[in-house]
Design a protein around this ligand. Structure first.
Ligand SMILES: *Cc1c(COP(=O)(O)O)cnc(C)c1O
Length: 368
């Protein structure tokens, strides 16, 4: 059996006709950037989150970066980020000239541990960036209470958790400004790069609309030094076609996660399975297991034809890109342990029970 880490076969072929029609519509419109398709998708995506505004942008990193800029966060400011995240969360902070201040995750959920946030706050802290990692919502009530107490902004990184909820309210609707990515492999993916920002604040939305388009509201008149970060009509049309299926696809991911849980729990201490916090939902962008034998397990799964990945092998504080911060091995031990022991198994709509059975048998073999 050959099982890739990710496949679109369960998502795209069933709606191929609709995707082709969306692309044909854009081709016939003769309008490719900042048109009706984008407007329609923005309205649809805002609606999905029950929030007033959505601004489509070029990708997830720029969504995060422009979110920080719209809050006037820049040089000399500090932003609290998880020590365990994809490096994009940190890079966005660095790109606006601010300083990422890492906070360790909870060992059970792998999300930022709100109990560690207060001790990282200084007079320069401007915002907290919760990342709903692997698809699980962070403890947003507690994070929001801290933000209110210290008068900080919240910028959610919702790239991995489209459709997740905390206490019944969607991720991407909790923060002051919230960024997401439609990189093809995300739960809602474009057929190329794309991203979006959601906010309840009309002024921030207006500022973001300018920032993504050269700082211009009226063509050839520039209010500020903006950027070129637009979501194309073609990608917007694709995303409008796929968004109505997101909940169904997330349910398929959750069913696969449950099937894994059932087939792997007998391994006990040898293999740590994902845990879901009480009020959080988990949309399983990734199904991450942990074991001390991670590298040998990955090799034996690879030999058995099963694709796996490590999210992530080296935490941001130990990357060469962040040498200047002067962190050492041991500074963020939870993030480092996760990097050494995590393994992501295949999870996507269309992964069959036969494939899951096979994967779970090979996992058990690999840990013998
Ligand atoms: C994918 C991802 C991003 C960046 O998105 P791009 O569209 O690739 O720029 C940011 N944060 C997290 C947590 C991600 O998983």
């Amino acid at each position: 059996m050959k099982i890739p880490f990710l496949s679109f076969d369960g998502m795209h072929p069933p709606i191929a006709g609709d995707l082709q029609a969306a692309m044909a519509r854009v081709l016939a419109s003769n309008w490719f950037i900042m048109g009706q398709e984008l407007k329609a998708f923005e309205a649809q995506y805002a609606d999905y989150h029950n929030i007033a505004h959505c601004v489509g942008v070029g990708n997830g990193l720029e969504a995060l970066q422009l979110s920080l800029r719209a809050l006037n966060i820049g040089a000399g400011d500090e932003v609290i980020v998880p020590s365990n995240t994809y490096i994009a969360s940190w890079l966005a902070v660095s790109q606006v000239g601010a300083h990422p201040v890492p906070v360790e995750p909870d060992f059970a959920t792998y999300n930022i541990d709100y109990k560690n946030i207060e001790q990282a706050i200084t007079s320069r802290t401007k915002a907290i960036m919760p990342v709903h990692l692997y698809g699980q919502a962070c403890e947003m009530s507690a994070i929001k209470a801290i933000a209110e107490k210290y008068n900080l902004f919240i910028v959610e990184d919702n790239a991995q958790a489209q459709g997740a909820t905390f206490d019944g309210l969607k991720t991407g609707a909790w923060g002051d400004v919230n960024a997401t990515s439609f990189y093809p492999g995300k739960n809602l993916g474009a057929l190329g790069d794309a991203g979006a920002i959601t906010t309840a604040n009309a002024e921030i939305a207006k500022r973001l609309q300018m920032l993504r388009n050269y700082g211009s509201e009226k063509k050839y008149y520039n209010e500020e030094k903006g950027f070129n970060s637009r979501l194309d009509e073609l990608q917007a049309a694709i995303l409008s076609t796929k968004l109505p299926l997101l909940d169904k696809w997330n349910q398929a991911r959750q069913a696969i996660a449950q099937a894994y849980d059932e087939r792997l729990s007998h391994l006990g201490e040898q293999l740590i399975l994902p845990k879901i916090a009480e009020k959080s939902s988990h949309v399983f962008h990734l199904y991450v297991v942990r074991t001390a034998q991670r590298d040998t397990l990955q090799t034996s799964l690879n030999t058995a034809g099963i694709g796996t990945l490590i999210h992530y092998p080296l935490p941001p504080h130990l990357q060469n890109a962040y040498k200047e911060l002067g962190y050492q091995k041991g500074d963020f031990p939870i993030a480092e342990t996760l990097a050494d022991t995590s393994l992501s198994l295949p999870i996507y709509p269309g992964l069959t029970i036969d494939a899951i059975d096979y994967i779970c048998e090979r996992v058990a073999d690999g840990l013998k």
